[in-house]
Design a protein around this ligand. Structure first.
Ligand code: FE2
Length: 272
């Protein structure tokens, strides 16, 4: 990845893939699809505990209709050991593919941090991000079919961490809110990834980098076939986090509420 080939528009950054990372993402997505084809009982054998594992959400728990699997880089070895004991080849292969993917993330993360530091004349971003590598989280998502085209499948929000790689989307539908507060669609291309900055980055850059509000809207393909995606949340060490307990879910704020906030006002949203 050449830093000169990064293109940044209103806070959304497009990065051409390094071929190793592109292949690893593609294999991880395929193995996630195979994992999704297991029975619900088999999948529930890997329950979500402390930011790692499988969750199935449906109308019964008042949530979006989706299933997802979270994996932190720090938990990969433990998960690989546990999955080896289950005799479930799909699960073992899934975690092996995430382990391979994790190997190629650091280079992309480092180059993006260096790009940000240079562009916005800020220091210490790469250091805080790379120190937290064990906490970087992959989220594998599968939205079930059925949401009518044009309706939101994920409500507008900014992510809480440093930044988020949208590594793979099986179909379009991601939109971000530009500074004029209108929605822009992001093309889904196989050979590039899209990054959005989050709340921690807005904090750590003293407001120079804005946490970008985004949403997912159903289209005809996702309505008929569902939607698969792979994202990676890259959070920062030694940086305060958005205080959800006091200030509520990100989805409950007005879209783009943080865009014109003074840094003083913005920093009040963070737990010390
Ligand atoms: Fe998000």
């Amino acid at each position: 990845m050449e830093t000169s080939s990064l293109s940044i528009t209103d806070g959304a950054t497009t990065i051409p893939y390094n071929p190793n990372l592109e292949l690893a993402v593609s294999e991880a997505e395929q193995s996630w699809r195979s994992f999704c084809n297991l029975t619900l009982e088999q999948k529930k054998g890997f329950p979500y505990i402390e930011n790692v594992g499988y969750e199935h959400k449906d109308e019964s728990n008042g949530s979006d209709l989706k299933e997802n699997f979270h994996v932190t880089i720090g938990a990969l070895r433990r998960l690989a050991r546990e999955m080896a004991k289950t005799n479930c080849p799909e699960a073992t292969k899934f975690i092996a593919s995430v382990t391979a993917l994790a190997e190629f993330m650091e280079e992309a993360v480092r180059e993006y941090c260096e790009f940000l530091e240079k562009k916005y004349e800020i220091t210490g971003i790469a250091d805080r991000i790379l120190r937290n590598k064990g906490g970087w989280t992959f989220r594998f998502l599968h939205y079930f079919p059925g949401t009518t085209s044009g309706k939101e499948i994920a409500a507008p929000h900014a992510d809480k961490g440093g930044f988020t790689f949208h590594l793979r989307e099986s179909t379009g539908g991601i939109q971000y809110l530009n500074p004029d507060k209108s929605w822009e669609s992001i093309a889904v291309l196989e050979d590039e990834t899209v990054l959005f900055s989050g709340m921690q980055m807005q904090f750590a850059s003293a407001g120079k980098v804005i946490a970008l509000c985004h949403r997912v809207v159903a289209n005809e393909i996702s309505e008929a076939e569902g939607r698969f995606s792979v994202v990676c949340f890259v959070d920062m060490a030694n940086t305060p986090s958005y205080d959800k307990k006091t200030h509520g879910r990100m989805q409950d704020h007005e879209p783009g509420f943080n865009y014109e906030m003074s840094f003083e006002e913005f920093s009040k949203l963070f737990a010390k």
